[in-house]
Ligand binder design. Structure first.
Ligand code: TXA
Ligand code: MG
Length: 343
C-alpha cells in the first residue's frame, strides 16, 4: 500500500479525533492527538487500559517538550543528543495540569522522539504530540506488525498503517530523570551501561515500583498460552518428566535436540538484537500452535540480554501457578482416559 497515502489518511484521522495503529522502530503504537481528550479516552477504552496507567507522548524533537514539561534538565539534553530520535523514553516533571488526561496525575510526563519515518511523518503532519501506548490489549504482547495490531484490536481502531515490521521489536528504554539519581523504569535496547557512561554517574534499575513502573503487573506482555523459562540443562527433564503428557512448544536456542519431546520446536536467533526483534512475533506464533504450554530456553545473562530477560519475566506464569497448571491438565487428561475406558 502507498505509504504517503496512508500517512495522509493517518494525519486526517488524528486531526478528526480518530485513533491510529502505526509503526515505530520499537513496536506498533495506538496513537491519538495528545490534545484531544476524547480521542485519548478512546485509546484507553479500546485497550481496556486502566486510566491510572500513563501514556508516552511522542514528539518530533526535544524542543517541543518545553510546552509540556517544567524544565528540561541537562541529563535530558545529553541523552536526547545521543539517542533521539530513537528507542528511549524520558520521564520529566510535567507542567501542572497540561497532561492530566494521559499522565495518570503523577505530575510527570514520559516523552519519546521516535525515529521511524512513518511515526515522524504523523507527528510532523499533525503538528502536535501523539500519545501512543503499544497497540495491544492491556497485558498482552506488544504488536510488531500491522496484522498483529489487527489481531489485537481489529475493528476498534480507525486506521492501521501497513508497514514493514519493527526493527527493534521490544519497547523503548524508560529513564526517569525527575530525581537526582536517574532511574531506569523499563530496560530496553539502550542499556544501563550506555546511559550511565554518557551521564557520568550511576543509574539504577527499578522495574517493580508500582506507582511509577511501566508494565508493573506481575504478568504483562503475556501470550494466551502459559509461558515458562527453562534452563538449558533442565530442558530435557522438563519435557520428559515435569510436563510429560502435555504438548509443549519450545522457543529454543539451537536446532531441535535428539531428546526433544517437544510438540513444536522453534529456533530463535542467537544474538540479542535479532532475538529481541523477533521475540514477540515468535511468541505469537507459538501461541497459535495449539500447544498447552510455551517453554522458552533461557537466554544468556550478559548485559545486552537484560531487556529480553525483563520481557520474558513479565510473560511468565508464576512458578506455583505453573505446577498447578501442569497438574490440572494432567488430571483432566487422566480423567478423560478413564472416562473413555469406562464407556
Ligand atoms: O517503545 C515504546 O515505548 C512504545 C512505542 C509505541 O512508543 N510504547 C509503549 O507504550 O511501550 P506503553 O504505554 O505500552 O508503555 C509505556 C509505559 C507504560 O507502562 C507506563 O506505565 C509508562 O510507560 N509511563 C508512561 N508515562 C509515565 C510516567 N509519567 N512515569 C512513569 N512511567 C510512565
Ligand atoms: Mg504496552
Amino acid at each position: 500500500m502507498n505509504i504517503d497515502y496512508q500517512v495522509r489518511e493517518g494525519i486526517n484521522c488524528l486531526k478528526n479525533g480518530g485513533i491510529v495503529g502505526f509503526p515505530t522502530e520499537t513496536v506498533f503504537g495506538l496513537g491519538a492527538n495528545a490534545d484531544d481528550v476524547d480521542a485519548v479516552a478512546k485509546v484507553y477504552s479500546v485497550k481496556s487500559r486502566p486510566r491510572g496507567h500513563p501514556l508516552i507522548l511522542h514528539l518530533a524533537k526535544l524542543d517541543e517538550a518545553s510546552a509540556w514539561v517544567e524544565e528540561i534538565p541537562p541529563a535530558a539534553y545529553t541523552l536526547a543528543k545521543a539517542f533521539w530520535p530513537g528507542p528511549l523514553t524520558l520521564v520529566l516533571k510535567a507542567k501542572s495540569k497540561v497532561a492530566n488526561h494521559f499522565s495518570g496525575n503523577f505530575g510527570t510526563i514520559a516523552i519519546r522522539v521516535p525515529s521511524h519515518p512513518i511515526a515522524r511523518a504523523l507527528i510532523i503532519g499533525l503538528g502536535r504530540g501523539i500519545v501512543a501506548p503499544s497497540a495491544n490489549r492491556f497485558g498482552r504482547l506488544s504488536p510488531t506488525s500491522a496484522s498483529d495490531v489487527f489481531e489485537e484490536l481489529g475493528g476498534k481502531v480507525d486506521l492501521i498503517i501497513e508497514a514493514e515490521s519493527c526493527s527493534i521489536g521490544i519497547e523503548s528504554t524508560i529513564v526517569d530523570l525527575t530525581e537526582d539519581m536517574p532511574v531506569i523504569l523499563r530496560p530496553g535496547i539502550i542499556d544501563q551501561e550506555k546511559i550511565s557512561m554518557l551521564l557520568g554517574k550511576d543509574v539504577v534499575e527499578r522495574v517493580s515500583k508500582t506507582n511509577k513502573a511501566p508494565g508493573s503487573h506481575p504478568v504483562h506482555y503475556a501470550p494466551n498460552t502459559p509461558l515458562t523459562v527453562v534452563y538449558r540443562d533442565q530442558l530435557e527433564k522438563f519435557l520428559h518428566k515435569d510436563t510429560n503428557g502435555l504438548s509443549v512448544a519450545v522457543l529454543g536456542r539451537s536446532i531441535r535436540p535428539q531428546f526433544s519431546g517437544a510438540a513444536v520446536w522453534q529456533v530463535a536467533p542467537t544474538e540479542s538484537l535479532p532475538y529481541a526483534k523477533n521475540l514477540y512475533s515468535l511468541l505469537r506464533r507459538l501461541d497459535k500452535s495449539g500447544c498447552e504450554l510455551i517453554a522458552v530456553e533461557e537466554p544468556p545473562y550478559s548485559s545486552e540480554w537484560m531487556a529480553v530477560h525483563d520481557r520474558l519475566k513479565k510473560s511468565c506464569i508464576p512458578k506455583m501457578a505453573l505446577v498447578e497448571f501442569i497438574r490440572n491438565v494432567k488430571e483432566k487428561k487422566f480423567k478423560n482416559i478413564q472416562h473413555g475406558k469406562n464407556k
